[in-house]
Design a protein around this ligand. Structure first.
Ligand code: DX5
Ligand code: ZN
Length: 211
């Protein structure tokens, strides 16, 4: 069964603690960090992550859609992230980002945007714990799933082989495409609108998981 990571971006930001309690049956909480440079949108920073940390036991999957993550990995680690993902398209040295994340005892992930070749991941496969395949252009929740992600996921699955790396898909994921994604090799689904847009979040999570 695939793991489900509701994306807090689709929650009601005026009552985050309450919203987080409605997704306690999930496997992770996905936190979208945007800087207005790497993507044309701004969201949350370490202080919000620190404030919500006491409200759930779910591991935090922090998705940094920011330029120069080397400057910010420490505060995101100290705020309570468990996994920290940087994009392969950002300008900082990827190996250094991974080492810095791990130096704080956190798991490192790499994300690839829709137009980025998956071969860029190859040099890092022995030292990362998660790969996030973007199935929308990063920057906004509620976008339509880009179908080319299926082929990309299959290729990455081959590359991963037996390595212990979570293969996550992020953007436009719902109960309708989750089974196809699972067959392609996805082991973790990030879902914003399809979870927080549902009246019954536990049911939405169960459907995506395939229960
Ligand atoms: C997009 C974010 C996603 C997004 C997912 O830049 O990384 O996590 O919020 O939201 P939905 O599921 O609504 O596409
Ligand atoms: Zn995300």
């Amino acid at each position: 069964m695939i793991k489900v990571a509701p994306s807090l971006l689709a929650a009601d930001f005026s009552r985050l603690a309450e919203e987080i309690r409605t997704v306690k049956t999930a496997d992770f909480l996905h936190l979208d960090v945007m800087d207005g440079h790497f993507v044309p949108n701004l969201t949350i920073g370490p202080c919000v992550i620190e404030s919500i940390r006491p409200h759930t036991d779910l591991p935090f999957d922090t998705h940094l859609m920011i330029d120069n993550p080397l400057n910010y990995i420490e505060p995101f680690a100290k705020a309570g992230s468990d996994y920290i993902t940087v994009h392969v398209e950002q300008p900082d040295d990827i190996g250094e980002c991974i080492r810095l994340i791990q130096s704080f005892g956190k798991k490192a992930g790499l994300a690839v945007s829709p137009d980025t070749p998956v071969s860029l991941l190859i040099p890092y496969l022995d030292c990362i714990s998660m790969i996030t395949v973007m199935s929308v252009y990063p920057g906004f929740g509620g976008q339509k799933f880009i179908e080319t992600a299926y082929e990309k996921i299959k290729n990455i699955k081959q590359m991963i082989g037996k390595k212990d790396i979570l293969l996550s898909v992020d953007g436009g994921v719902n109960a309708d495409n989750a089974r196809t994604l699972e067959r392609c090799g996805v082991t973790m689904a990030v879902a914003g609108s399809s979870v927080f847009g549902a009246d019954n979040r536990a049911a939405a999570i169960a459907q995506i998981r395939g229960e």
